[in-house]
Design a protein around this ligand. Structure first.
Ligand SMILES: [Ca+2]
Ligand SMILES: [Ca+2]
Ligand SMILES: [Ca+2]
Ligand SMILES: [Ca+2]
Length: 260
């Protein structure tokens, strides 16, 4: 003869299964509602990596050994694809970016490209998944002088137009240099993680900032050799940088300044 408790077991099991079902649905709903990262692919994420480098236009293997690094083919709508290696790291004060690219010459001045070969780096400051928002940070590093320029999206008639921060009430923050090393063009720059200039991004440890590289190739005769992009050509082709909690690197930067 079954006890009352034994008789209720099937009912209890049914209630338990229903509870598990509803709990699963609730968890799935919560996960679906959480904010998702911007469109970048996980393989296009750099950092966190803590370090600092000397801005002399030479990507020295030792100084960039700690950096987050990838080698890839640039994407070009009109020219043969070049191969680039990107290095990313940060100290407590600066974000450091280095790039080498197998351009066949280093051209400091062109007819269309006033400062010759160079990278334009567009940032998606708020990690929204789209480039070219007003005041988004833009950095340029060129073969010709001045090699480094701190810029921003200023909202001109051409949506992708950038202007110098110093021409719009901002400040020039950071430095960089470029040179020809063996059969590669080397570019390196640094920019404050948070400069307090409204025309720059302000990032903190753990923050993710999106970016896109555009290489503007000046040919040896001064003509325009075309644009090359990474990770892609569109305004939503964006790779990510994760800012590290890098207090030790900051000390190294300040020490080098004190020693000068
Ligand atoms: Ca260097
Ligand atoms: Ca600035
Ligand atoms: Ca800027
Ligand atoms: Ca070139």
């Amino acid at each position: 003869m079954q006890t009352t408790t034994q008789k209720n077991i099937p009912a209890l099991l049914g209630i338990g299964a229903l509870f598990v079902l509803f709990a699963s649905i609730a968890i799935i709903a919560i996960l679906a509602s959480l904010p998702r990262p911007a469109s970048a692919h996980v393989s296009d994420a750099y950092g966190p990596a803590c370090g600092a480098a000397t801005m002399d236009g030479v990507i020295n293997a030792d100084e960039w050994s700690i950096a987050s690094t990838q080698t890839f083919q640039m994407v070009s709508p009109s020219a043969d694809s070049l191969t680039a290696t990107l290095y990313v790291m940060n100290s407590g004060y600066y974000l450091y970016i280095g790039v080498t690219i197998n351009d066949d010459e280093f051209t400091p001045q062109g007819l269309y490209l006033e400062k010759g070969d160079g990278f334009r780096i567009d940032f998606d400051n708020d990690h929204s998944g789209s480039l070219f928002a007003l005041y988004d940070d833009v950095l340029n590093i060129n073969a010709g002088l001045p090699q480094f320029s701190d810029r921003h999206l200023y909202g001109g008639s051409v949506p992708t137009s950038s202007g110098w921060d110093v021409d719009y009430g901002g400040t020039s923050d950071g430095s960089g240099a470029a040179s020809r090393v063996s059969d590669l063009n080397h570019f390196e720059l640094r920019h404050p993680v948070c400069s307090n200039d409204r025309l720059d991004f302000c990032l903190h440890p753990g923050d993710v900032v999106g970016f896109r590289l555009e290489y503007l190739d000046a040919e040896g005769d001064g003509s325009f050799g075309g644009s090359q992009f990474y990770p892609g050509t569109g305004g939503t082709a964006i790779a990510d940088i994760v800012i590290g909690a890098c207090t030790a690197g900051d000390l190294r930067v300040y020490l080098s300044l004190i020693q000068k």
